[in-house]
Structures are given as C-alpha cells and as structure tokens.
Design a protein. Structure first.
Length: 97
C-alpha cells in the first residue's frame, strides 16, 4: 500500500504540472553583449540584483516597464546566462503576502 501511495505521489506533480517545462536550455554569452541587447533592443532596465551566496556571480532582473517584459540573469563580469524571460511583470515589493 505504501509503495502504491508513493508511486501516486511521484506521478501527481507530473500530471498536475503537465504544462510546466523544467528541461529548457539556458543560453550563456558575453556579459556586455547580453546587457547591450537587453538595454538597446528590448529597452529593459536593471530593476533588481543580488549576490549569489556561494560564488562570485550576481542574479539580476531586467524589466521593460512599458511592455512588462522581463529577463532574469545569472552574471559574472565575463559570462552571463539567461535563466528566464517572460511578460506581465508586476512589482510586489513592499506588498504583504
């Protein structure tokens, strides 16, 4: 019975999150090149940044306030990886959950 319950619980997330994709490619390139594209072509501005706990990288969130599009980066001075992009950004900073 326990094995059956465990099998059900393991399968449940894949059924409930059938639309969620976790195996997407992460694109990395020269840091200055990526920042230039975000600023000039997508008109996104740096809106938040924070240092990673274990390495010298920085996470940063870039947002275009007009279109509400956003890009999440993991950056070093030399290489930057795009961890995600999206739309409909809404600031919840200072709003209680």
């Amino acid at each position: 019975m326990r094995s059956l319950l465990l099998a059900f619980l393991v399968c449940l997330p894949s059924l409930a999150n059938a639309q969620f994709r976790y195996d997407y490619p992460i694109v990395c390139d020269d840091t200055q090149k990526i920042i230039t594209v975000l600023e000039k072509e997508f008109e996104e501005k740096l809106s938040w940044r924070g240092s990673h706990v274990n390495d010298n990288s920085v996470y940063s969130l870039w947002i275009n306030e007009k279109t509400q599009n956003w890009t999440l980066l993991k950056m070093t001075p030399v290489t930057t990886c795009i961890l995600g992009t999206g739309s409909n950004s809404v600031s919840t900073f200072g709003i209680p959950i």
